[in-house]
Write a protein that binds this ligand. Sequence first.
Ligand code: SAM
Length: 281
Amino acid sequence: MELWYTEEQTPNVRFSMRIKEHLYHEISPFQEIDFFDTYEFGRLFTLDGIIMVTEKDEFIYHDMISHVPMAVNPSIKNVLVIGGGDGGTVRELCRYKTIERIDMVEIDERVVRMCQQYFPQTACELEDERVSLYFEDGISFVKNSKTSYDLILVDSTDPIGPGEGLFTYDFYQDCFNRLTEEGILINQHESPYYPVNAREMVKAHKKIDTLFPVSMVYQFHVPTYPSGHWLFGFASKKFNPVNEIDFTKWNSLNLKTKYYNPELHVGCFALPNYVKELLND
Ligand code: SAM
């Protein structure tokens, strides 16, 4: 008998992967958590039937959420990660010895514990001494925190369920307030391609754009996400990520990356016309 995992990416489009084994299933207080072993993408982690991470392509998302802002400002010391329960973002951040503090606020402790078991390749740095884990809602954490951060990474789910409030103006305003004068915010911006994702992308971008002096969008390609074409929002109080960048310091770190490189950094901010039109509309 053949087993297939199928995600309904739009009411008219489905994406399927052949499954070797359904490894784990749980309904946590926040969401449905599943782990599979697939033939093509290795291990697969889903929340509420939506693909979060696969073993074979997770490097793309995690390279792009972390190395882009770290190359823009290699002096970043204090970082806040909202969501990110699989640990892949923290893993990449931990490669920078200059980072002193990483606070990760994940609403669902079960995601972290199960990723430590089934995705040790992404969750491998969560016990680094610079990392503090907070199992609470990122929205109230940012509202109530008194800490200043140089970088906030919103590594969220889609704007449904517990992730919905992470796409609001008030949340972005609270992030702005928590950032230093050199602060950078990276936001999981959804996809520009299918209208169901593009609507959320435009809404999120417009909110961030009204708050930050610098607000741009960059793209990357994840084979298992809807349409494969995904975006992050780059917002900053000071830095333009393309015009003013000097890669000397980042290059001197000699970090081996599988997706990110300085040429790609500059290129990823060049957007297709249909995306520019969505953003300017
Ligand atoms: N990179 C993947 C992607 O975007 O598909 C995965 C991101 S990570 C798994 C997303 C995490 O955000 C989930 O573990 C979820 O529990 C967490 N999350 C959702 N809403 C949250 C909230 N309000 N506060 C903190 N964490 C939240």
